[in-house]
Write a protein that binds this ligand. Structure first.
Ligand code: CTP
Ligand code: MG
Length: 262
């Protein structure tokens, strides 16, 4: 199937009756990030659009969100100029059912998230912010995150660190060794009460340059919540398989996992 390129909203044919029972009446928007440059991966095609076992990388997490009953709506961020390509790809794969908007991302990940949050003009209780560079997000993790966000308003997928972690000074000398049992590797989805994270991102954008001058670089949404809200962020057990495809050596793992899935 190819051809007809639909304009926004791509499809918007869900009625309240069709909403999932798992969603318990909540509207949950997945913000799928696919607007990066993929510099560490290199190559001619941006990594999110790379063909992986017959489908572009970004469509794997889209497929999971499309099937996941918790998610009611989806917004995707893409690089400038790639909107039509994404619309067509999504339609071809038959994954447009919940996709409300495809928006242009920003120069950094946090600006892409901000653009997506600003684009949400439908009812939304919770935002599930997810890197499409993580194709192996599992539905069981989504369910744990959903249960937690309803209690705590802010939570992130994470796994305990298998390695000992060191904190260094600027010269590369060790200054601290945190207790390993307290060290977690943070992933996405990062899930928040919608108004809480939207307001926090608005403050972040206002203060971004000031923070940068102080050497503060925003690397995830939890950090935005930590810095600009009084709400604590809860770590939710995810899976070691929920890897981020970042550089070429990750592709070996991706293909191994894909093979197992089939
Ligand atoms: N992303 C985005 N907008 C940006 C930067 C990143 O939407 N301005 C998305 C990426 O497409 C990816 C996710 O955020 O799905 C995580 O980012 P990362 O793994 O760092 O991807 P890239 O930024 O594309 O890669 P690199 O940092 O190597 O250039
Ligand atoms: Mg990046």
């Amino acid at each position: 199937m190819t051809g007809k390129v639909s304009k926004e909203p791509i499809r918007n044919n869900q009625t309240d009756m069709e909403q999932s029972t798992k969603a318990r009446g909540d509207r949950c928007t997945a913000i799928l990030l696919a607007a990066g440059k993929g510099l560490r991966m290199g190559g001619e095609t941006r990594k999110q659009f790379m063909d992986v076992s017959g489908m572009p990388l970004f469509t794997y997490s889209l497929q999971t969100m499309d099937t996941c009953d918790i998610i009611t709506d989806i917004v995707i961020t893409v690089p400038e100029g790639d909107q039509e390509y994404c619309r067509e790809t999504i339609d071809t794969c038959g994954l447009g059912g919940k996709v409300r908007k495809i928006v242009v991302g920003g120069r950094e990940r946090c600006f892409s998230v901000h653009n997506a949050l600003q684009a949400v003009d439908w009812p939304c209780d919770y935002a599930f912010i997810h890197d499409t560079a993580r194709p192996f997000i599992e539905e069981s993790t989504m369910e744990r995150l959903y249960d937690e966000v309803r209690i705590n308003k802010a939570c992130v997928a994470a796994v305990p660190s298998k390695d000992t972690v060191k904190i260094s000074d600027t010269e590369g000398f060790v200054v601290q060794t945190p207790k390993r049992k307290n060290v977690w590797i943070v992933q996405t989805p990062q899930v928040f009460d919608f108004e809480l994270i939207k307001t926090a991102h608005e403050k972040m954008v206002e203060q971004y340059d000031e923070l940068l001058k102080k050497g503060v670089i925003i690397t995830d949404d939890a950090m935005v919540a930590e810095t600009f809200t009084g709400n604590k962020v809860k770590l939710v057990m995810a899976s070691y398989r929920n890897i981020k495809v970042t550089s070429p050596e990750d592709l070996v793992t991706v293909f191994a996992y894909m093979k197992e899935k089939k």
